[in-house]
Design a binder for this molecule. Structure first.
Ligand SMILES: [Zn+2]
Length: 386
């Protein structure tokens, strides 16, 4: 089936190419083709850490509702990105954020809603600063984490009562992201705090931002040109600044999270629902214009290049199991030297179908080291029926 004669191989000119695949700006969604950046879903769970002795008025239902309200508010903030306030009079576009959350219980247990309660005075408390700081301790995660490798665990840990008494401590909501889990610190049992108000969901999104590669947007270079250095005195609404809003994501910040999600070796990629591991033809993408993909992508459907469409691949592209690429007459696929078409779940995809009609046929060009892997048929021809 594979027919090498249909591929045009172009030698790679030295020094002509530099990989664009590690530039976060190339991962920002293109609003003309939003489907080219498939939505990513982060699986997470929420753990309440409580002392062993529970007060009489503690109501698990209230606590469960509180956590869910915070989760919904964080999710809502992702659905509605806000324009950046900084710098003043900026023209930074407000792009849609292409990730969401899925509260995830243990499989095969329909009663598990992904919210857990642990009563353990020994490791429930947090001290965020000072000589007794427990900020970087991993004990609650080690002891109580659930589905640690595939679900992002978030712990709600009370500030230590001794800290709360101190006038200089500041027992407001705060958080820390420790490589593969998150601690959010709050005042024990304070369900009067509005879970949908700025600080709780904002802190939630901020810490998940850290897990997906974002750093603080102030004070130093965060690797994004659209989050300029600024003094904390100026009011910011950026998700990676400390403020009561934290709802603005810049294109580079959105791109950076997408880049981390597309990095095969990243721990945080394992927290995603792997929709790229099954073919969903409803998610097929049709190319009818000249398009460059200068970022790694995991597609969920087939890829069809129509007449007049030119797709230039620069990076890793995963086609779902049994999915295919179709290049119709008048369409063109160019595989650049750093590009690799493969199947990211260790399965096989069908291959590239070149459609012929009369004398016309689709064109596939492979430049230099461009690679096609994991396909059943490689490149194959199909005669158009009409
Ligand atoms: Zn932070």
């Amino acid at each position: 089936m594979a027919s090498e004669t249909d591929i045009v191989r172009i030698p790679q000119e030295k020094e002509t190419y530099r990989s664009p695949c590690n530039n976060p700006n190339n991962y920002a969604p293109d609003t003309s083709y939003l489907d080219h950046t498939p939505m990513k879903y982060i699986k997470l769970n929420i753990h309440y850490m409580f002392p062993s002795e529970v007060p009489d008025d503690f109501d698990e239902k209230v606590a469960r509702k509180w956590a869910k309200s915070m989760y919904y508010a964080a999710q809502e903030a992702l659905m509605k990105n806000l324009p950046s306030k900084l710098p003043k009079d900026n023209l930074i576009p407000t792009l849609p954020i292409r990730h969401r959350y899925v509260l995830t219980g243990r499989p095969n247990d329909p009663t598990d809603d992904g919210i857990y309660f642990h009563f353990d005075s020994k490791c429930c408390y947090s001290v965020k600063k000072g000589k007794n700081s427990t900020l970087y301790k991993r004990d609650m995660f080690e002891e109580y984490g659930i589905q640690k490798d595939t679900v992002l665990n978030i712990f709600l840990s009370p500030h230590h009562p001794d800290s709360v008494k101190s006038k200089t401590y500041g027992a407001s909501i705060s958080g820390v992201a420790l490589r593969n889990f998150i601690k959010m610190m709050w005042t024990y049992g304070d369900f009067t705090l509005k879970p949908w108000a700025g600080e709780a969901p904002g802190t939630f999104n901020h810490e998940v931002g850290h897990i997906y590669g974002l750093v603080h947007a102030w004070g130093y270079n965060d690797g994004c040109d659209d989050t300029p250095k600024h003094s904390l005195d100026i009011k910011s609404n950026n998700v990676m600044d400390y403020n009561s809003n934290m709802k603005a994501w810049t294109p580079c910040q959105i791109g950076k999270t997408q880049m981390r999600m597309a990095t095969s070796t990243a721990l945080a990629r394992k927290f995603l629902v792997n929709n790229w591991c099954r073919l969903n033809v409803d998610k097929s993408i049709t190319i009818t214009d000249s398009i460059d993909w200068k970022c790694k992508k995991d597609l969920e459907g087939n890829l069809i290049i129509k007449s007049g469409g030119v797709l230039r691949l620069w990076c890793r592209l995963s086609i779902p199991p049994n999915g295919k690429i179709v290049v119709e007459p008048g369409g063109k696929l160019i595989v650049e030297p750093f590009a690799k078409i493969h199947q990211a779940c260790g399965e096989k995809w069908k291959g590239i179908e070149i459609v012929k009609f009369g004398k016309e046929q689709g064109i596939v060009q492979i430049v230099g080291e461009g690679k096609i892997e994991d396909s059943i048929n490689g490149i194959f021809e199909m005669e158009a029926l009409e």
